[in-house]
Design a protein around this ligand. Structure first.
Ligand SMILES: Nc1ncnc2c1ncn2[C@@H]1O[C@H](COP(=O)(O)OP(=O)(O)O)[C@@H](O)[C@H]1O
Ligand SMILES: [Mg+2]
Length: 394
């Protein structure tokens, strides 16, 4: 890790420089903060509850009358089936009100959901941008494209953003909530459009595409021999495929460039908010501060901080001995001692969480983040999501 990762925010985080008076002030609710937002992107470290909070947020907004689409990535199986997302699909589907009310959830707006299929999204974009049917078929069937789209360009990051843009441009959702991939470094996600554009407009590709460019020159040289031996051995005429591929890709590039610039603008637009999700563990919390700084320096709007799986309760400020004494008349000495012991163990987590949250507030100059408690059960159905939503919108 380079020292460049340590920003002002990090230092404030590490030093715990935090003003408790600021934290005591009341804050505006999530609903007010998301007022006028058309795109909400949930970012954060892996496993902190991004998919859960994205879905819960979408449900909460739909319950409040909005037409909402949530784009999930890799939801846990049970959650996916609760949302009616048994398979990957290219477009969001509405969750029928009957399915929602069967689980005791009432929604006055509309909740739409989809599970993102990275490879398919990429194919769809290329297919749309190709000049005609023949060019389209040629690109999609090309072995070079198949490798490239899966390995490089068809990354989850890129597809997630591309899908977002399409939903934003072509559908009439009031709000689109985007879950993000478990990318180890959030930079990948934010930079994906620029990186691809860089590749497409970059020298490497231009060299291939230029008339009389590298492709032509390679054909005329000894290299061709190497490729032809390769072709005889493997059955793949690599050079011919490459050349065909880059030629057929020509028309797609302009469309891609325009789209990519559109996406970059959308990510920075005032109607787009980034919600940073974290758990109260130190490592994800550090990641959250880093992300917050990154968003600011990239000109993107941080909506709020959600701290998920917060431990609450414990000894509630008393000593374990006091708690034991309080419980003894009801439970008897032995059981009271055991319960007090358990509460004392739990209290360690409660205090750790409180300290981490205080540091986060200091580092991110926030008054109070949104807190979602650590629930007794995993969140894997609509009722669980609505419980999380209640905390988010409390
Ligand atoms: N507040 C919570 N209380 C209890 N379990 C939770 C809570 N939030 C999320 N979970 C569980 O944690 C796991 C990871 O959540 P998930 O949303 O998939 O994380 P991410 O998308 O960030 O990787 C899931 O099994 C989910 O049910
Ligand atoms: Mg996830």
């Amino acid at each position: 890790m380079s020292s460049g990762r340590y920003s002002h925010g990090h230092l404030r985080f590490l030093h715990g420089n935090y003003d408790p008076v600021m934290t005591a002030t009341t804050r505006r609710g999530l609903r007010a903060k998301l007022d006028g937002k058309r795109v909400v992107v949930c970012v954060g470290a892996g496993g902190v509850g991004k998919t859960t909070t994205s879905a819960a947020l979408a449900l909460g907004l739909a319950a409040r009358g909005q037409k909402v689409a949530v784009v999930t990535i890799d939801p846990a199986r049970r959650l996916a089936s609760a949302l009616g997302l048994q398979e990957l699909s290219g477009d969001p589907r509405q969750i029928e009100p009957a399915r929602l009310s069967a689980q005791g959830v009432e929604v006055s707006g509309e909740l739409w959901a989809m599970m993102l299929d990275a490879k398919r999204t990429f194919d769809e974009i290329v297919a749309r941008l190709a000049a005609d049917e023949d060019a389209r078929e040629e690109i999609l069937a090309n072995p070079v494209y198949r490798e490239l789209s899966t390995a490089v360009a068809g990354s989850h990051e890129l597809s997630a953003i591309a899908k977002l843009y399409e939903l934003y441009e072509e559908h009439d959702f009031d709000v689109i909530v985007l879950d993000t991939p478990p990318s180890r470094n959030a930079l990948d996600f934010l930079n994906a459009p620029t990186r691809l554009l860089g590749f497409l407009e970059g020298r490497a590709l231009q060299v291939f595409l230029a008339p009389g460019g590298l492709t032509a020159r390679l054909f005329g040289r000894g290299t061709a021999l190497v490729f032809s031996i390769f072709a005889r051995v493997t059955g793949i005429d690599m050079l011919a495929e490459l050349s065909r591929f880059f030629r057929s890709l020509g028309g797609v590039i302009d469309g891609f460039g325009e789209r990519t610039r559109g996406v970059a603008a959308l990510l920075r637009a005032p109607e787009t908010a980034f919600l940073i999700v974290t758990s109260p563990e130190p490592e994800p919390a550090r990641e959250a501060v880093f992300l917050s700084d990154r968003l600011a320096s990239a000109g993107m709007h941080r909506g709020d901080l959600i701290v998920n799986r917060v431990h609450e309760g414990g000894l509630l400020g008393r000593s374990a001995t006091d708690v034991q004494a309080l419980l003894a008349p009801e439970l008897g000495d032995a059981l009271a001692a055991r319960v007090a012991g358990n509460l004392a163990d739990f209290d360690v987590l409660v205090r750790r969480d409180r300290e981490t949250i205080a540091r986060l507030c200091g580092a991110m100059e926030l008054r109070r983040p949104l807190l979602v408690p650590h629930l007794d059960e995993e969140v894997q159905d609509l009722l669980g999501l609505s419980r999380v939503a209640e905390h988010l919108f409390a």
